[in-house]
Design a protein around this ligand. Structure first.
Ligand code: NDP
Ligand code: OXD
Length: 311
């Protein structure tokens, strides 16, 4: 049976996505949203940057497939009816790209490649020592689809790995702490901290001076969650005092990061333009097709955003 799926996105190329679905999920017929188009009767929509009024023009919308993992904009959008299920993207391309990005940054900080790059620019042949990975304490905040995979990956590269999430869970080889009551134990003496939390009222500003004080002196920070989780002034002070030794930042309060922002040229900050991971169109198409099959079979959708929890 062919299901219709609306692509409502101001930044996506419809022809490209149509080709992707034809190849990876031919049972799903993609419908091109255009301004003011009547989409009555269609139950599924996928989007990252929706066209105006799409939810009003889709009175039969049942499931909204977000083309990304962070759904805070959608949860805050009062024009999405409460009965519409909002689905976070979870597919192997997005997950593996995040594993690779975080591993890259952890290795960068672990081996202090910034010092090596500076030494090369100055033609200095330097000595450098570093601990074995099992003596390097690395922690991941947020153990969802992405954070759990990242924690696994870091463990498989030998790091002493901890994780922190809202609810308790078991990840082989990783010491997991759950809830605000255990955050100090999680942070205690960490040398590299990775943030993979969703943006919620609880996580806004969580990366601040109070938190940095729990880390080992000179710790590395990797923020791939959301920019609003970081207190930017506190990071600059912590870099100044040496409490934080280096930061790798992919997400920012204002994106694109404004020209003239101190992060751009800070010698201990590596800036990447919110590209840590992105969906792989073909595996995203397969993931959406599987979800539609589940829905049509009367099974629950997976990776649902929860309006009450905020992620
Ligand atoms: P999930 O929703 O699958 O997981 C979220 C995790 O955070 C869960 O483990 C959850 O705990 C935990 N969490 C939420 N709130 C709290 C809290 N208050 N205290 C402790 N733990 C908390 O999300 P994903 O793994 O798919 O994605 C995570 C985030 O990564 C996205 O929301 C997005 O902001 C960011 N992202 C960034 C990208 C980039 O390119 N930079 C790309 C993709 C995503 P529990 O398990 O108990 O529910
Ligand atoms: C996402 C993102 O949330 O790209 O998927 O940031």
């Amino acid at each position: 049976m062919t299901a219709q799926l609306v692509l409502s996105d101001t930044g996506a190329n419809f022809g490209t996505w149509e080709g992707v679905f034809r190849k990876a999920a031919p049972e799903v017929a993609l419908v091109h949203d255009q301004p003011e188009r009547d989409l009555a009767g269609i139950r599924y929509c996928m989007t990252w940057k929706p066209l105006p009024d799409v939810y009003t023009r889709m009175p039969d919308l049942a499931a909204l497939f977000v083309l990304g993992a962070g759904v805070e904009r959608f949860l805050a959008d009062a024009t999405i009816p409460a009965n519409v299920q909002i689905v976070k993207m979870a597919e192997p391309g997005l997950t593996q790209a995040m594993e690779h990005y975080v591993l890259w940054q952890v290795l960068e900080l672990h081996r202090d490649f910034r010092a090596l790059a500076t030494a090369q620019r100055e033609a200095r042949w330097i000595d450098q020592t570093y601990p074995a990975p099992w003596d390097r304490k690395v922690g991941v905040m947020g153990l969802g689809t992405l954070g759990e995979a990242v924690a696994h990956r870091l463990k498989s590269f030998g790091f002493e790995t901890r994780g922190w999430s809202r609810s308790a869970k078991t990840i082989e080889g990783v010491t997991v702490f759950a809830g605000t009551g255990r955050i100090a134990d999680f942070l205690d003496g960490l040398e590299i901290l990775v943030c993979l939390l969703p943006l919620t009222p609880e996580t806004r500003g969580i990366l601040n001076g109070d938190l940095f004080r729990h880390l080992a002196k000179g710790a590395g920070l990797i923020n791939v969650g959301r920019g609003a989780q970081l207190n930017e002034a506190d990071l600059l002070s912590a870099l100044e005092s040496g409490q934080i030794g280096g930061a790798s930042l992919d997400v920012f309060h204002t994106e694109p990061l404004p020209e003239g922002h101190p992060f751009w040229r800070h010698p201990r900050i590596l800036v990447t333009p919110h590209l840590a991971s992105d969906v792989d169109p073909e595996s995203a198409a397969r993931a959406i097709k599987q979800q539609i099959d589940r829905f049509e079979a009367g099974q629950g959708l997976e990776h649902l955003a929860d309006r009450k929890r905020g992620y």
